[in-house]
Design a protein around this ligand. Structure first.
Ligand SMILES: Cc1ncc(COP(=O)(O)O)c(C=O)c1O
Length: 488
């Protein structure tokens, strides 16, 4: 049963310790101090308590010694949610007690309940909804015309001969590993600064991901460190176009050709990015895109493998469909080990509607990134995302870094918590893959193994980023970030 707000109130004589306990229980981040009739006497925030303890107060001291005696409070008859939110933003506070005329507290409003800016948000229009409805009225919910059309559109857009749509980016990466017969004991060179799937895909076949540190500016694999990691077991290089920024593909391709290695481009985050006039994903032997809802375009869940090599496309097409032979219609005849990695017609239809809007989507995301750049450019000690000189980025996420000579991982994590309290979703993209529990335990990786990745990763911060993120919210995010940085 939900407790009445008064359950969490405390009296002025109660100890600082009991205030902390009530703060924990209530989730309000402040202690509400009232008299015996629940009339507001003061508040004390987490921060007030921390500062008081640092100054020598003890947990046994009464809360009245440190409480704010004139807190902002709003009258319950006048205040609606919009007004409450406006007051919180104006005053820079994250909670407001709601009181009656006689100052009896009736409720406590929390900013993050009223303002919610998500980290990402799909851009679904009526076009997408209608096309899905149309599919639902046909007999083809899987293996129908939409997936074929979607594959054609993506292949045409990135400039490859073939595209094979599957149910996730991870599945597509796995099929690349299988298509190149990478197996037990083989090695795949990749980066530890990525989403986990780019390394896991090698492990699915008992091959080993061999990490190469990143370039501190581009955050992509550092080509100058690749050759020293090549052994006679190396079968492929798997560069990741991280956050939509293209890897140095000229150098990577040169190394791969010299050592006869396959190149699997993980372009999951980079649909639409061009590198020297070519779309990424179409440069290596095979490329992979993902369509989770935070991506440039979404199919809800989904991914696609693109290639100019017929054999790779044929193998992938068969393996995504339980190893069936493409050329026979026999449903229960399986030529090789395969999987159910099929994309449904509903997902493909959604993707078709989205890819039809790709130019508009990329333009819109670029505008959001530019708005961030101009608002954050003025804030000291923030490193803006690297934008390249001769590249055309398709923005996936907007990730800033805090100046590593001034801020630590702890600062960054406290900043994330502060922004969340102000209704701003944000995240620590990416924690290093080699330091994930499973990788440490299996391969013995430890801190210090990939110093650039670790240094970068300690202070990165992904801010809300999506097509329809408005200027007003961007300003609010940047202003809150700027204020919060002063006190972490
Ligand atoms: C770099 C990278 N690789 C692979 C994937 C895996 O894609 P999915 O989530 O569709 O399996 C993602 C998705 O976030 C990604 O960002």
């Amino acid at each position: 049963m939900k407790k009445r707000p008064s359950y969490y109130f405390i009296r002025p004589e109660d100890t600082i310790k009991s205030a902390m306990e009530k703060i924990d229980l209530s989730g309000w981040n402040i202690a509400i101090i009232t008299d015996s009739k629940n009339r507001l006497l003061g508040v004390a925030s987490d921060g007030d308590i921390r500062r008081a303890l640092l100054k020598g107060k003890s947990l046994a001291d009464p809360i009245k010694d440190i409480m704010e005696k004139n807190p902002v409070a709003l009258n319950n008859e006048k205040a609606n949610d919009d007004e409450i939110l406006k007051t919180m933003i104006e005053k820079g506070i994250s909670q407001i007690p709601i009181i009656k005329k006689d100052r009896t507290v009736t409720d406590v409003k929390i900013l993050s309940d009223l303002k919610k800016i998500p980290l990402s948000s799909p851009d679904i229009t009526n076009k997408e909804i209608n096309t899905i409805k149309e599919v639902l009225s046909t007999p083809h919910l899987s293996i129908g015309p939409k997936i074929v059309e979607f594959e054609k559109k993506i292949a045409g857009y990135v400039g490859t001969k073939y595209a094979v749509a599957v149910n996730s980016g991870t599945s597509a990466l796995h099929l690349c590993i299988r298509a190149f017969d990478i197996k037990d004991g083989d090695e795949v060179i990749t980066t530890p600064f990525s989403f986990i799937a780019s390394a896991n895909c090698a492990l699915y076949e008992r091959a080993r991901p061999v990490f190469v540190d990143i370039d501190e500016k581009t955050l992509c694999i550092d080509p100058s460190k690749i050759e020293e990691k090549i052994t006679n077991r190396t079968k492929a290089i798997l560069p990741v176009h991280v956050f939509g920024f293209p890897c140095d593909m000229d150098r990577i391709m040169k190394i791969a050709r010299r050592y006869n290695l396959k190149v699997i481009e993980d372009a999951c985050e980079a649909l639409g990015t061009t590198y020297k006039g070519k779309k990424v994903g179409a440069i290596g032997d095979v490329g992979v895109f993902a369509f989770y809802p935070n991506k440039q375009i979404t199919t809800a869940e989904g991914g696609i493998l693109v290639t100019n090599d017929e054999k790779t496309a044929r193998l992938a097409r068969s393996m995504r469909n339980q190893g069936r032979d493409e050329h026979t219609s026999a449903w229960l005849s399986h030529d090789r080990l395969g999987y159910n990695y099929r994309m449904s017609e509903i997902n493909a239809a959604l993707g078709l509607a989205q890819i039809g809007r790709i130019d508009e989507i990329i333009k819109r995301r670029r505008k959001v990134a530019e708005e961030y750049n101009s608002a954050l450019g003025k804030i000291k000690d923030i490193i803006l995302p690297y934008n390249g000189e001769k590249t055309d980025i398709s923005w996936f996420v907007y990730v800033i870094r805090l100046n590593p000579s001034k801020f630590s991982r702890e600062h960054r994590d406290r900043l994330i918590a502060k922004l969340k309290k102000r209704g701003i979703a944000c995240s620590n993209y990416f924690p290093p893959i080699h330091l994930m529990k499973f990788y440490r335990e299996t391969f013995g990786y430890k801190e210090g193994d990939y110093p650039i990745t670790e240094k970068v990763s300690a202070t990165t911060l992904a801010l809300p980023f999506y097509n329809n993120l408005g200027k007003e919210d961007i300003d609010y995010i940047c202003e809150t970030l700027s204020q919060s940085l002063k006190d972490i």
